[in-house]
Design a protein around this ligand. Sequence first.
Ligand code: ATP
Ligand code: MG
Length: 583
Amino acid sequence: MSNDIKNAAPAPASTPVSNFLRAIIDADIEKNTYQRPGLPPVLTRFPPEPNGYLHIGHAKSICLNFGLARDYAGRCHLRFDDTNPEKEDQEYVDTIMDSVQWLGFDWNNNGVEHLHYASDYFDQLYAMAEALISAGHAYVDSQSAEDMATNRGNFNTPGTNSPFRNRPAAQSLDLFRRMKAGQFKDGEHIVRAKIDMASPNMNMRDPAIYRIRHAHHHRTGDAWCIYPMYDYTHPLSDAIEHITHSICTLEFQDHRPFYDWILERCAEAGFFQQPVPHQYEFARLNLTYVITSKRKLRELVETKVVDGWDDPRMPTIVGIRRRGYTPEAIQLFCERIGVTRSDGWIDYSTLEGCLREDLDPKAPRATAVLRPLKLIIDNFPEDETVECTAPVHPHFPERGLRTFPISRELWIEQEDFMEVPSKGYFRLYPPIGDIAGNKVRLRYGYVVECTGCDKDADGNIIAVHCNYFSDSKSGTEGSANYKVKGNIHWVSVAGALEAEVRLYDRLFTDANPDAGGKDFKIALNPNSREVVKAYLEPGMSAAMADERFQFERHGYFVADRVDSVAGRPVFNRVTTLKDGWGK
Ligand code: ATP
Ligand code: MG
C-alpha cells in the first residue's frame, strides 16, 4: 500500500513540545503501566468511520495519534469504525487510506500492516454480547422506539426501567440469537446494557449495544442483520487491538464512563487482561472560515456549491492537496497548534503561515501575468529576441538559472500601467505635459520609458507604448547607470504559455460560518473562485501535475493534479504571498 504514493512525506523526527497527553504517556512509561510481552508501551489508533472524506480536523487527530506512536517508538493502527452499513462505502475506505499516507503516515510497523476494521470483530463482539447477557449485564428490550425514548427521561428527570429489563437472561439470549438469525424486523428488539436508568449521565441509562438492521455491509455483505453500536464497538475494538491510549475529541468525555464500564465487564468475563485501554479527550480543531463537519461538507458537494470532495476550496484532505498544500505544512501546523483540553478557534492565518514557511524555500520562482495588457517597445527591433536569465530561487543560487526571451511585444499586468497616476504610483505612466513618461525596470530585462497608450472606441486601454534603453539590461555593466523605482514583471508575447489560472479565496465570508447553529450557506463567498487566462514564461509548459511554484509578486501556485495535461498545465493559486486572513 505504502508504495502506491510516491509523494508521501517521511514523518519528521520532531522535537516535540510537551502537552497533557505526553505527560500522561511519560507517566505510564515511568510506571510500566502497559508492559506486555511483544507489544510496545504506547499503542494508539486513528478510527475514522468510512462515511465521508477526511478533513483538516481529522489531520489533527492523525498527526496526534501517529505522531505519538512515532515519537514513543510505539505503533498506531488505522481502524475503520464500520458499524453503520447504510452510510459506509469502500470509496471512503480508499480515500481515507490515501489521505493518511499522503499526510506522511503509515500503519505498517516493522513490516506488519496494522490496518483494521471493526467489522473484522463482529464475531467477537457478538460473543461478548452473549456473555454480557448471560451474566445479567445486558438484556433484550422489546419496547417501541417511542416508549424507549420517553422512558429514557432527560437531563432533569431520571429514566424509567423498561418492563423487559428483568426478563430472564435465558429469554434475552434466545431473543438475541433469533435477532441474529433474522427472525425480526428492524427496530423490533434491541440489546441494552443494564446499568442505571437514573444515572445523571444519559449515556449510562442502559445504552443500546446491538440493533437490528437488515442492510448490506460494504465488507461483510449480508452475513449480519444485527450490528453493534458505536459506543459498544469502539472500546472493545480498542481492547482487542491492545490499544493503550485511546485518544478522541472532547465530545466523547461523557461516553468515557460507559467505555470503562464495558471494558471492566468484559475483562471480568475473561475476554481481556488488565490493564485495559483508557480514553483521553482533547479539543477538536476549529479553524476560522472553515467548516469541519462531514455532514455539512457533504451538503456542499451534494448541492453543487463546490465541484466535489476534492474541490480546491474544500477543507478535505483531497481538497487541500489539490489546492497545493503540502503534507509538511499540515504536519507543521498540527505541531504548532498543539493539543489542549479546552475548545477554541485557530486562525486560518496560522495554517497559511505554516504553508508559506514550507513553500518559500522549496518553490521555484516563475513569471506569470494574470491580467494581461500589451506593452510595445517601439524602438526594439522587430523580429529580434534577446535571452534573459533569472534565478530559479533567489536564496539558492545552486539551483541554477531559468531563461526566457524578451522581444518587442510583451504582456504586463494591467495594474502596472496608469494613464493618470495616483499619488506615489511609480510604475508605468505616460508623459503628462512637460513631465516625461515614467521609467521602470522590466525585471531581469531592460529599463523602459513609457511614451503613451492606445485605446479602443470605448476608451479602454488596449496597449501601452514605451522605448527601451539597450544598454540597461539586468546583469550588464550599463544597468547600474539606471536608477528607477519601479520593477515590473512581464512575459514576451512570442513564446508565452497561455494557461488557465484559478484564483481561490475563502469559501465563507464569516469567520465562524456555522457557529451557534447558524445556516452556514448564508455566509458563502460568491467570489471564492476566479478563473483567468494568464501568460506564463515559456518554461512553465513543462510543469508537472502537483508541482508548485512561486509566481513572483502573485503568490504560490500548483499545477492542478486533475485538469493539467502534458504541455498544458492548469494552475491553482495555493495562497498569496502575504497574509490576507489575519485580523
Ligand atoms: P462524524 O460526524 O461522521 O462522526 P467525525 O468528524 O467525528 O464525523 P470520524 O470518522 O468519527 O468523523 O472521526 C475520526 C476521528 O477524527 C475521531 O477520533 C474524531 O474524534 C477525530 N476528529 C474528527 N473531527 C475532528 C476535528 N475537527 N479535530 C480533531 N479531531 C477530529
Ligand atoms: Mg465521529
